[in-house]
Design a binder for this molecule. Structure first.
Ligand code: BTN
Length: 254
């Protein structure tokens, strides 16, 4: 039987803003100011003027429509850091399921998707802080209110919102409560039982063995067949050049 010696402090505090540049920026400011005391703090904003996405993208939102938050996390030294973004992904899909019975899935590594449309994304950033252990900021953006037509022409056919899928009005604060509960449980779970955590996580990806995959590695576009998400949370594909284990990348459909 496994048990945990680790209890995360989520949420140690919650700060709510109308508009910030990026909730991740505010979280880092607080982390540098308070050090370890910032662990478990959550920054929420109604809008961002300079929201960031993965691989240098912008994250655009409309005032009040999205759940935009950043969680400050200083993990214990022996915590497997690769799990940080994966835990966030699993927490988000579980909270959406519990809040509105939406069976959202993960597109590797941690895009939140439903029926091929993006519902949200996760950006984990880290900075070292002198003698204090490295701090991580887990940024989560979720399309909650409105309809896909509220998005730019470029995004319209690629995204959806929780209200649009559930056909019900949503309360972002209610969803936040569900999400915080899941974040707390899932991070503890990933620490106490890595194996079971990976088993449960792997079930939630949209990718199936043999799927044709095109993946942007930043400096290279790789094509191949999906093999698995391995126990470190990395994507394994069979490419022309043989088996490749991908640590960072953006999956584009073929
Ligand atoms: C992605 O899919 O590319 C990741 C998007 C992450 C967006 C969130 S919104 C809250 C937090 N603050 C940011 O500037 N980005 C993340």
């Amino acid at each position: 039987m496994s048990f945990t010696l680790f209890r995360n402090p989520f949420p140690s505090f919650i700060e709510h803003y109308d508009e910030v540049s990026s909730t991740n920026d505010i979280a880092f400011e607080i982390l540098f100011e308070k050090g370890k005391k910032a662990n478990g703090g959550i920054i929420v904003a109604e809008n961002q003027s300079n929201g960031r996405g993965r691989i240098g993208r912008k994250w655009v939102s409309k005032m009040g429509d999205s759940l935009l938050l950043s969680l400050i996390f200083i993990p214990p030294e022996n915590y497997f850091k690769e799990f940080i973004p994966l835990c966030a992904g699993l927490s988000v899909i579980r909270s959406i399921k519990k809040y509105r019975e939406i069976d959202a899935k993960l597109k590797w590594p941690n895009d939140i998707v439903f029926d091929g449309k993006k519902l949200g994304g996760i950006l984990v950033e880290s900075k070292t802080m002198g003698t204090t252990p490295s701090g991580f900021v887990i940024g989560i953006g979720l399309n909650v209110k409105g309809k896909k037509d509220d998005f730019s022409l470029e995004l319209r056919n690629k995204v959806s919102t929780i209200e649009e899928i559930s056909k019900r009005e949503c309360d972002k604060n209610e969803l936040l409560k569900f999400l915080i509960k899941e974040l707390k449980e899932i991070y503890n779970f990933s620490f106490s039982d890595k194996m079971l955590f990976m088993v449960e996580l792997k079930r939630e990806f949209i990718h199936r063995k043999g799927d044709r995959i095109k993946i942007n590695l930043g400096n290279e576009i790789l094509e191949g067949n999906f093999v698995e998400i391995n126990d470190e949370g990395r994507m394994v594909i069979n490419s022309k050049k043989g088996k490749r284990v991908i640590i960072h990348g953006e999956v584009e459909s073929l």
